[in-house]
Design a protein around this ligand. Structure first.
Ligand SMILES: C[S@@+](CC[C@H](N)C(=O)[O-])C[C@H]1O[C@@H](n2cnc3c(N)ncnc32)[C@H](O)[C@@H]1O
Length: 275
């Protein structure tokens, strides 16, 4: 797989003010998914992590399949507004593409703080009326929910599906994460959905601790903090989990016939904001 041409000019155009010398989760994930929005440092760490867990690319693919199933489920429940937090570099099956297939009037706000992810999203969304990207920090729910970009696209008085897929694992403090999720919940209309997927060491088929350890011992601009079932369940406090509850990503299905799956090492759940 090749990445972004690393000439300084082109690197700057795509990276804005990010430090391209440090591996970053958006670009690492893009690399594992076969994208080209990544730099040599990302690819080096990506390969180093893959030595400890060779299924890492499958794990990323399972997470993208999960995203498709969760968005589809929300669409079938009549939800037509989406807020994708930590949306990443656009890849196959982005939220607006899935949602627009079900309801062309659906509206989508992507949020990411990584400049390469944001600039690639801007390019993809040129000419798309009902989807936009906010460069912002998802750990500041007030800023995200009150941003004119969010307010211009979404009506928060109606249900919104908020996704936090494979992103909360980058934050060490579970209590603060619970507060963050609770603040989003408080800002959403009843009937809204919150989707979470999260790296875990509970899944014995996957070496998630090896993945976290290789990130920890690298120069990456982030760390990974896998969580156990109890911690992941606690993030859903104050919401109502929908069937099938919290499962490994590859087992989170809702009525569809499951195809062949790979171990993911990722917990997944979708919950509804009650009245
Ligand atoms: C592993 S990727 C997941 C992408 C996508 N959610 C998915 O599941 O396919 C994690 C993303 O979260 C973003 N991210 C990390 N910390 C963030 C923060 N504080 N605010 C916004 N985005 C963040 C990263 O830049 C990256 O794009």
């Amino acid at each position: 797989m090749t990445g972004i041409d690393e000439s300084p000019e082109r690197a700057h155009r795509f990276s804005g003010d990010t430090d391209v010398g440090l591996p970053n989760p958006a670009r690492l994930y893009d690399y594992w998914l076969g994208g080209s929005a990544n730099f040599a440092v990302d690819r080096e760490l990506g390969d180093h992590i893959a030595e400890s867990e060779p299924r890492i690319a499958n794990m990323a693919r399972e997470n993208r399949s999960l995203l498709r199933r969760m968005v589809t489920h929300c669409c079938r429940q009549g939800v037509d507004q989406f807020l994708d937090l930590g949306s990443g570099v656009p890849t196959i099956g982005n939220v607006h593409e899935i949602a627009h297939r079900h309801a062309p009037d659906s509206r989508v706000v992507y949020v990411d703080n990584e400049p390469v992810a944001v600039s690639h999203s801007e390019l993809l969304l040129e000419g798309v009326d009902r989807a936009t990207i906010l460069r912002g920090d998802l750990t500041d729910p007030a800023e995200v929910l009150n941003s004119p970009i969010t307010r211009g696209m979404l009506d928060l008085n109606r249900p919104v599906a908020v996704s936090l897929l494979c992103v909360l694992q980058y934050f060490p403090d579970t209590d603060r994460l619970r507060e963050t999720v609770a603040s989003y919940r408080a800002g959403l209309a009843p009937g809204s959905y919150i989707a979470i997927s999260h790296l875990t060491t509970d899944d014995g088929d996957v070496n998630a601790s090896g993945v976290a350890e290789r990130i920890r011992s690298s120069r990456a601009d982030h760390q990974a903090y896998p969580r156990d079932l109890e911690e992941v369940l606690s993030l859903f406090e104050g919401t109502r989990l929908v069937e099938p509850g919290v499962r490994y990503a590859q087992h989170w299905h809702h009525g569809e016939i499951a195809g062949p799956t790979e171990p993911s090492g990722i917990y997944a759940g979708l919950a509804q904001v009650p009245e």
